[in-house]
Design a protein around this ligand. Structure first.
Ligand code: MLT
Length: 391
């Protein structure tokens, strides 16, 4: 037996697992210390009432012979795919139900989609960015070219016609920087992908946090994108589903390469390797897209964005440079006093008992930066900001 040696090229731990390990070691050495986490982007508010009611009803259905359900539809139940089509319709994006695939979250699909692409594709990945894109491509042994995100380009790298790649990752609103591509800049990527026969993997997990109506919340709002992009989205942050698990991936029928529709390849992959998300969860997700459910979800998003405002206000008063927090739940700040991002992580953990995420974990260009999440409980956020002020 030969192992997949590509795994030996990975960093020892996945970023958020490493942070969790460091925090639990610190807790073990300092029992009784109250640690506040503004680290991993995990939601703290409970599920919306409409979601709870729908899931409760679904549980009851599963308990009656007449309404019990076994395996569901491979692509997800029609009622949920219809609800998602309706959601896109409000963005002026018209999708067919057969273009939507329900999954257990954006992370899984972003990794699994690579099954349908040859390993000899070169991959373009922004730096800094969500580490899953890099790790999953290292596992498959693909060649990665990094695109520099920095303060000069507002952490929104643009295409370079001299660089050729088959697969391009874009994350907008960006995790970790909170930067959002406007329509003009996103169009440059769509044009580049069409010219080069490349495919864009567009992660829009944070689209519900965009408040500026001029900014795109789906790549399909850009002309030509259905011919070159797959979009990944999730209810994790939108509807508080980090523990419930439900997301969706859009593979348009117009997207073909070498005469092969990628929708068919992904369907083939999913029917073989995935048996779907539970009926109960899909009913909860459907409720999240109903008018009443969506209004409740928007309230939670408003709560988190108020946290973001408080964090931004505190950093401004301290004279610390930061970005994000306006159309995204993440605040991206420059570590004070020229500290490295892991030095600042240690300082915040040990001196303020506050956990954040070191920018270097998102790529080399994240060194010297740090990410705080706005998903915390309000009182915890206020307490954490007091402690940061004090140190
Ligand atoms: C994050 O903190 O970046 C996310 O919560 C991680 C994830 O979605 O897997």
């Amino acid at each position: 037996m030969n192992i997949n040696e590509n795994y030996l090229n990975l960093k020892d731990s996945y970023l958020f697992a490493l942070v969790a390990k460091k925090v639990s070691e610190y807790k073990a050495q300092n029992p009784g210390k109250e640690i506040i986490s503004l680290g991993i982007g995990d939601v703290t508010l409970p599920l919306a009432p409409a979601v709870i009611t729908a899931m409760g009803d679904a549980v009851a259905e599963m308990g009656r012979g007449a309404t019990f359900r076994g395996y569901g539809e491979y692509q997800g139940y029609m009622f949920l795919r219809e609800a998602i089509c309706g959601y896109y319709g409000k963005k002026d994006v018209h999708l067919d139900k057969s273009e939507i695939f329900i999954g257990d979250g954006a992370k899984s699909d972003l990794g699994n989609i690579l099954d349908i692409f040859s390993t000899d594709n070169t991959v373009l990945i922004p730096d800094p960015v969500y580490p899953v894109y890099v790790d999953t491509n290292i596992m498959a042994g693909r060649k990665i070219i990094y695109m520099n995100g920095n303060t000069e380009n507002e952490f929104l790298p643009l295409p370079d016609s001299r660089i050729k790649a088959g697969i391009i990752y874009l994350c907008s609103p960006n995790n970790p920087t909170g930067a959002v591509y406007d329509k003009g800049r996103l169009k440059l990527w769509v044009d580049y992908a069409l010219e080069n026969d490349a495919v864009i993997l567009f992660d829009s997990a944070y689209e519900a946090f965009v408040r500026d109506r001029e900014l795109p919340t789906s790549i399909y709002q850009i002309e030509g994108a259905k011919r070159c992009a797959i979009e990944f989205c999730s209810l994790s942050k939108t509807a508080g589903f980090t523990g419930v698990r439900c997301g969706y991936t859009v593979v348009p029928h117009e997207l073909t390469r070498g005469g092969v529709p990628l929708n068919e390849l992904w369907l083939r992959r999913q029917t073989t390797k995935f048996n779907g998300v539970s009926y109960i969860v899909q009913r909860g997700a459907e409720a999240a897209f109903s008018d009443g459910g969506y209004a409740q979800i928007k309230e939670s998003i408003g709560y988190y964005m108020e946290n973001a405002r408080l964090i931004a206000e505190a950093l401004k008063a301290l004279g610390i440079w930061f970005a994000g927090g306006e159309n995204s739940p993440y605040i991206w700040l420059r570590c004070p006093d020229g500290m490295s991002s892991w030095e600042y992580f240690d300082a915040l953990l040990t001196r303020a008992n506050v956990v954040g995420t070191p920018g270097a974990g998102f790529g080399a260009n994240g060194e010297g930066f740090f990410r705080l999440t706005a998903f915390g409980d309000r009182d915890d956020v206020k307490k954490a900001l007091d402690r940061i002020r004090n140190i």
